[in-house]
Design a protein around this ligand. Structure first.
Ligand SMILES: [Zn+2]
Length: 402
């Protein structure tokens, strides 16, 4: 490894589409910006730089265009990896597109003395939304240092201290079905951490970053499951991300497509459908019992309104239709184990206005008990959609036919 007395930058000048767009990285990351970067990292303004072409390669850069919107700065015996934001941050995910790639390049370098940074090329980027703040905090958690965040932003970008810390903050940030998240983190009834992540389009960046952060924060021996929510024929996370997730360790990647869902549906334990849980998370937000507000994810389950057993028994529908009903997020509600059992044994039911009804003829002391643990008497509007009411009807209809 070289030893540079003076900070020296090496930067690939071509972005992926430079030939078409005529926008080159060297036009965005100018020598003036490099100077600012240099001062912020080393405290000095005396530096050298070279913009290199795609065919350039060394121990740190491969023969390709500029991946990860990066500049490398060599100073003394440390390699500084600096990733730059887009100039314009418009779309919700555009700010993070290059971040997992930058992290992958940094992480895959076997050189031990390395540091990772992020630099905002745009002032607006600092006007953070809750979503951006989540991303920045995840970035900080995996090791990005923010070079030019303003003071307020800098004080808000704190690394997450634990997986629970991320889960807690996700809970605050999510506004039920309006949250539009592409990843969810929860725990199953064994207490295992589960990540549900979309893998298409811009969602893959958030999912990758979430995995890096969780892998880094996991307890020794702790296993995390990543359920990749595949849509249609769309692919898994990019190979480069899966590679790094594999190297970081601790995350079991399970691609969830329709073939697997069909297998689960036909099997005995069809309640364990990851797609169903994902759909409930998107509609209802984090696990919390709809009847007592219990938020302990280990004991909160997805309760089918129209039961899977009844769907399976239906003789009119084909398997595809049955599967659609079984995994529909509208066909369910979060219930704690107690309420789930009470619901499944029909001691508790909902009427078509979502009001909670107790089975008639139960012992008075049991009614008193159920009444005491049931703190919600009427389902809120975001649960009680038309489709949900239809499922209540189907549930009751099926019972009357038994
Ligand atoms: Zn409950």
């Amino acid at each position: 490894m070289m030893y540079n007395n003076k900070p020296h930058f090496i930067i690939k000048k071509n972005l992926q589409k430079s030939k078409n767009t005529n926008i080159y990285f060297c036009d965005e990351v100018t020598p003036d910006i490099l100077k600012d970067v240099c001062i912020r990292i080393t405290g000095q303004s005396n530096y050298t730089y070279e913009y290199v072409k795609n065919d350039y390669s060394d121990d740190f850069l491969e023969k390709t265009y500029n991946k990860g919107r990066m500049a490398l700065m060599f100073y003394k015996n440390i390699v500084h990896y600096i990733s730059f934001s887009e100039k314009n941050i418009d779309g919700r995910n555009s700010s993070v597109q290059s971040v997992p790639t930058a992290f992958n390049i940094y992480y895959n370098s076997t050189y031990p003395n390395k540091k990772l940074y992020y630099y905002f090329l745009n002032v607006q980027g600092n006007a953070e939304t809750n979503y951006q703040l989540l991303i920045y905090r995840l970035m900080n958690t995996v090791g990005f240092e923010f070079l030019n965040a303003n003071e307020i932003l800098r004080s808000n970008i704190k690394a997450y201290s634990s997986i629970d810390d991320i889960m807690f903050n996700r809970r605050i940030n999510s506004h039920r079905n309006k949250s539009n998240n592409s990843t969810y983190i929860t725990k199953n009834d064994y207490g295992e951490i589960e990540i549900y992540g979309k893998t298409y389009g811009a969602n893959k960046y958030e999912t990758s970053l979430m995995c890096y952060a969780l892998s880094g924060l996991r307890e020794p021996g702790q296993v995390i499951k990543l359920y990749e929510i595949l849509e249609g024929n769309l692919k898994e996370l990019p190979k480069s991300s899966l590679n790094v997730i594999g190297k970081m360790g601790g995350i079991d990647v399970v691609p969830i497509d329709r073939t697997l869902e069909k297998k689960i549906f036909k099997g005995k334990n069809s309640l364990r459908s990851p797609r169903y849980i994902y759909n409930l998370l998107s509609k209802l937000g984090n696990k919390h019992c709809a009847l007592c507000s219990c938020e302990i994810p280990e004991i909160v389950q997805g309760a089918h309104i129209w039961p899977v057993a009844d769907i399976k028994r239906n003789s009119i529908m084909n398997d595809e239709e049955k599967l659609n009903y079984a995994i529909d997020g509208e066909n369910g509600v979060w219930l704690c184990e107690n309420h789930h059992k009470l619901f499944d044994s029909h001691m508790i039911t909902f009427d078509d206005k979502g009001r909670v009804r107790f089975k008639s003829g139960m012992e008075h002391r049991h009614i008193t008990y159920i009444d005491k643990i049931t703190t919600v008497n009427e389902l809120p509007d975001y649960i009680l959609t038309d489709k949900f009411v239809e499922y209540i009807w189907r549930r009751e209809h099926t019972i009357s036919n038994l």
